[in-house]
Design a protein around this ligand. Structure first.
Ligand code: NAG
Ligand code: NAG
Ligand code: NAG
Length: 210
């Protein structure tokens, strides 16, 4: 189905995630709670989310005055005078179920399908009592891959990305292109003032070749 793939800050393994806020939200089953209250879109709006985040930040003893940093890491290169414009378009909503799935992966450290919780539902969905695990080693060794990651990323943690790279260690030589920036955190990949040089030029070259 794919001729090649470019992965930026890939969230595959998630159990070494550095963001205290994200980790606490997963451990507290925050999104499961929102789901049970009927919020099927995430985030549910700042009026709902704001007070909850404030509580988590206080309990976790983490300074969330800068919510983007608390979630994505200390971005080196986001233009602060443009940040408010950019933040008007962030975060983009997704299904609550998607975030629950990511929370499950943070808690378990596996890359598995969605865990429906009840034994009956799991049997119905998967014919099995546990959700099937995706084996990253099944990624075809000859598939051209581009992988970009950053040293300050608090969502796609370097150690988690290394676990993924370890699964790809038998990838065909020359078919795995890596771009690593020590200074970059998660949002720099999209919003960094020099992201075009650091990320997009090499990525476009890769895509032009494959
Ligand atoms: C949190 O960080 C902001 C910005 O760096 C700072 O102004 C504020 O004093 C900090 N708050 C606490 C409680 O440390
Ligand atoms: C940051 O944004 C301001 C306001 O839009 C702009 O004037 C400035 O050139 C930007 N700086 C960089 C390094 O892109
Ligand atoms: C991108 O910007 C950061 C911060 O200013 C700098 O450390 C880095 O060297 C720059 N990278 C390139 C390729 O321009």
């Amino acid at each position: 189905m794919f001729r090649s793939a470019a992965l930026l800050c890939p969230i595959a393994y998630l159990n070494r995630i550095q963001s205290i806020l994200t980790k606490a939200a997963a451990q507290l089953h925050l999104v499961e709670e929102l789901d049970s209250l009927g919020y099927s879109e995430f985030p549910p709006g700042w009026d709902i989310l704001g007070p909850i985040l404030e509580k988590i930040c206080n309990e976790a003893g983490t300074n969330c005055s800068d919510i983007m940093t608390a979630l994505t890491g200390p971005n080196c290169c986001v233009n602060t005078s443009k940040a408010s414009v950019l933040l008007k378009h962030e975060p983009q909503p997704t299904a609550t179920k998607n975030i629950i799935h990511l929370s499950q992966m943070i808690r378990t450290g596996t890359i598995a399908m969605y865990d429906y919780g009840s034994e009956d539902e799991k049997r119905k969905q998967y014919g099995n009592s546990s959700p099937p695990v995706h084996d990253m080693r099944n990624i075809p060794k000859e598939l051209p891959l581009f992988l970009g990651y950053g040293g300050q990323d608090m969502l796609a943690d370097v150690e988690d990305v290394k676990a993924l790279l370890n699964d790809l260690k038998d990838h065909e030589e020359g078919e795995l292109f890596q771009v690593y920036s020590e200074e970059y955190a998660h949002a720099d990949f999209v919003l960094g003032v020099n992201a075009s040089q650091v990320v997009y030029d090499p990525m476009i070259s890769f895509l032009n070749l494959h």
